[in-house]
Design a protein around this ligand. Sequence first.
Ligand code: FMN
Length: 200
Amino acid sequence: MTESQSTSANSIAAIIKERRSIKQFKSDPLPEGLLEELLNVAVWAPNHGLREPWRFIAFKGEGAKFLGDAAFSLIKRGAADPDFAAKRKEYLSNIPLTIIVVMPEDPRQREWDDDYGAVSALVQNFQLAAWEKGVGTIWKTDPYIYAPEFRNKLGVKPGEKIVAMVHAGYPEVVPASRPRTEAVELLQVVDSYPESGSLE
Ligand SMILES: Cc1cc2nc3c(=O)[nH]c(=O)nc-3n(C[C@H](O)[C@H](O)[C@H](O)COP(=O)(O)O)c2cc1C
């Protein structure tokens, strides 16, 4: 590895560790073309058989109002507090950019698993590429994304799965990080042949 490659690896580590999920965004819109630029980075995710098992629906401006409206009745149905749905609708309607990430649901278990893994890698790529540009994101799986009514409104077809709803915008608040368990506590290294013939 060359000097510059090793520096770049370090900066990837920093971006991975410093990225936070952002819930509060400034109202500023994102620059024209940034969505496409970030997605074009994200699609370099590993994906088995180069199936590229994804498509995207992005909402901004009046589109965000449509998204808020599409979610409203479903949030209202599931919420005990009547004000909650109105607040969520307002919140969704004002997020600078929301991307719905959709994958085809392959009926074969292995292909489904591989595709879900690939789409997850794509979403993380997107989040990291955004963070590098000072843009915050959060991966949401609010319950209504599973509701047929919401899916229909968004044109998500039977046989497609919404993997993520990703909100994006310039962060208003960056929350403190919550520590991760040291990987060494979860790691089993096998460097000799087990005497019993299997791992305990
Ligand atoms: C598959 C997936 C689904 C998530 N869904 C939600 C969600 O519905 N609501 C939410 O507040 N955060 C959601 N998150 C974000 C996590 O809550 C967040 O990553 C976690 O709290 C760690 O914070 P960090 O991303 O700032 O490190 C989701 C993350 C993943 C990977």
